[in-house]
Design a protein around this ligand. Structure first.
Ligand SMILES: [Zn+2]
Ligand SMILES: [Zn+2]
Length: 291
């Protein structure tokens, strides 16, 4: 086996549902939102598409598998930027956290792959999300209902429950969390990585499954103002103090964050609290993971 064959992660998006920039921030006269103004500059780390992760799993057979967690409204915008850059031709599977459109809206755009590159794409989804998806994407769930004449995405839906399941040989453990009660979402643990993109509370039973995580990817919608469906920055940091992973990267962020300035502030927590936490950014690569 090739010892250099390691897994990696690419953040396809790190923003909340509306993305960053807000159009209304850019049309205000004069523009007063510094972060949205910065977000339109090419290469800006304040540009945030819907939160989504590409896991490049180093399968023991030597062929890397491309597993995407969530394909939201801005999936296409992420894919045109990052798939060519990182030379990712195929999608081996998509795993959804929940049915909200910032997690699922890109299922329609998977047609490019199933029309041109591969026969179909397996989609791992909770049964309750399937009820919502069959209303939004009725023509993808039952392709006989497609009327446009073009090829729609060919998706192979697989239901998942609370039990661990395998994606291309990699074990995914669901991390059920509250996402604004009474709504729930799944986070996932794979290897020493825990991914929680949409969370307002972590139940005790799920907390046990997160213990021992080395890399935590965590929802931190915005600083200061509480929100019913997401952790704030302060709440996220409280969780990091509990789990104490080696490293935390924050996602699902609004325009309230200035990437560089916030990360300078957050890096002070290393000395003061012994925690390593930073805002993630679209296109960020995390290499050399053992999964
Ligand atoms: Zn703004
Ligand atoms: Zn959501």
């Amino acid at each position: 086996m090739n010892m250099n064959h390691k897994s990696s992660l690419i953040f396809l998006g790190t923003g909340t549902s509306e993305g960053v920039p807000r159009v209304s921030c850019l049309t205000r006269d004069p523009v007063t939102c510094e972060n949205c103004a910065s977000a339109v500059v090419p290469g800006s780390r304040n540009r945030r598409r819907n939160t989504s992760l590409l896991l490049r799993y180093a399968h023991p057979d030597g062929r890397t598998r491309n597993i995407v967690i969530d394909t939201g409204k801005f999936f296409w915008h992420s894919a045109i930027e990052w798939f060519p850059k990182f030379k990712v031709p195929t999608i081996d599977a998509v795993v959804l956290t929940h049915a909200h459109v910032d997690a699922s809206g890109g299922l329609d755009d998977l047609r490019d792959w199933t029309n041109n590159v591969q026969r179909s794409i397996p989609i791992f989804v909770r049964r309750l999300d399937m009820d919502a998806l069959s209303k939004i994407f009725f023509y993808l769930v039952d392709t006989s209902k497609a009327t446009g004449g073009g090829g729609v995405s060919r998706l192979a839906f697989t239901y998942i429950g609370d039990e661990p399941f395998e994606v291309e040989g990699l074990k995914f453990t669901p991390l059920p969390v509250w996402h604004g009660r009474p709504n729930t979402a799944f986070g996932y643990r794979f290897g020493d990585v825990a991914y929680l993109s949409d969370v307002s509370e972590i139940p005790e039973t799920t907390a046990k499954l997160i213990e021992g995580t080395k890399l935590l990817i965590l929802d931190a919608l915005r600083p200061n103002r509480p929100h019913r469906s997401h952790f704030t920055l302060e709440q996220a940091i409280d969780q990091i103090r509990i789990f104490r992973p080696e490293r935390t990267l924050l996602v699902d962020m609004t325009h309230d964050y200035n990437h560089e300035r916030t990360n300078v502030e957050l890096s002070k927590l290393k000395a003061s609290d012994g925690i390593d936490v930073q805002l993630a950014y679209d296109g960020q690569l995390v290499e050399a993971l053992d999964l």
